[in-house]
Design a protein around this ligand. Sequence first.
Ligand code: NDP
Length: 289
Amino acid sequence: MAELLKGAPVAVRLTEEAASRSAALSARGVVPTLCLIRVGERADDLSCERGLLKRAASAGVDVRKVVLDATCSQGELMAAVASANADPAVHGILMFRTLPASLEEAAACEAIAPEKDVDCLTSASLAGVFAGSGEGYAPCTAGAVMHLLDAAGVPLEGARVTVVGRSLVVGRPVAMMLQAANATVTMCHSKTRDLARACREAGVLVVACGRARMVGADCVRPGQVVIDVGINWDEGAGRLVGDVDFDVVEPIAGAVTPVPGGVGSLTTAVLMTHVVQAAERAAARAEGE
Ligand code: NDP
């Protein structure tokens, strides 16, 4: 039986750390503040928003909601971003996606001020992750993977890690962060030949392919650490499932994340850490002026 790598205890620790840093900032007259931009009333966004507001309250982070109608114009969306950029009391900006098809999502993301881009929506932030410069903030999901591995005490230096998926949101940034931690990283994608072998060869397997239960018993070996980033709704089972077939992988692997309850339960806590850090950096800049 594999060790279960649950996200909740790590999320609690990160939130407590964020709350203590928020309290220190409050003593300097700064309240870490996130501007949340939501377009329309998608059920996914509303559910995510509820979780985020709860987490923010525990972390001592103030949230300002900007809600635009699903039929809003690009100009209205850009104005909302510009207003949050210009407001010195706002330290981080998060925009729920996917935006309605009538809007240019890439342009709206790119308009976010890099120093307030707490979920890596701009190319400037991605450049920071790829260059390993420490500037900007990594995507929260990629950050959650790194925090989970760290909390589980998984040594990364010199380790062979396979990442399945190469999206700019998860696969590629997490591969860069793993490399920065001195792992030897193999990136796999839909054209990879003999995916199962590439997966088995790694000591750590990170799966973010967006295919429900795709990674099965042939992809894992005893002792392996398996991190499942996937979130898929299984209509038949009536529940969320990962990109890893948990039932067949769990008896083989050394450790595995559950879905739900693994990576996904950590992302809002990572987001709060980023907002607090953005507030600390803004306060340091203001005090230096
Ligand atoms: P994308 O669809 O953007 O990317 C999927 C990646 O997987 C692509 O690089 C694709 O390859 C690769 N892939 C697809 N099919 C295969 C295959 N048969 N074999 C190998 N590789 C394959 O997905 P995301 O990166 O946005 O998301 C990945 C998963 O993570 C999803 O399940 C999503 O729900 C989940 N997710 C979870 C979050 C969380 O907070 N826990 C947040 C964000 C996402 P190619 O490039 O060749 O097309």
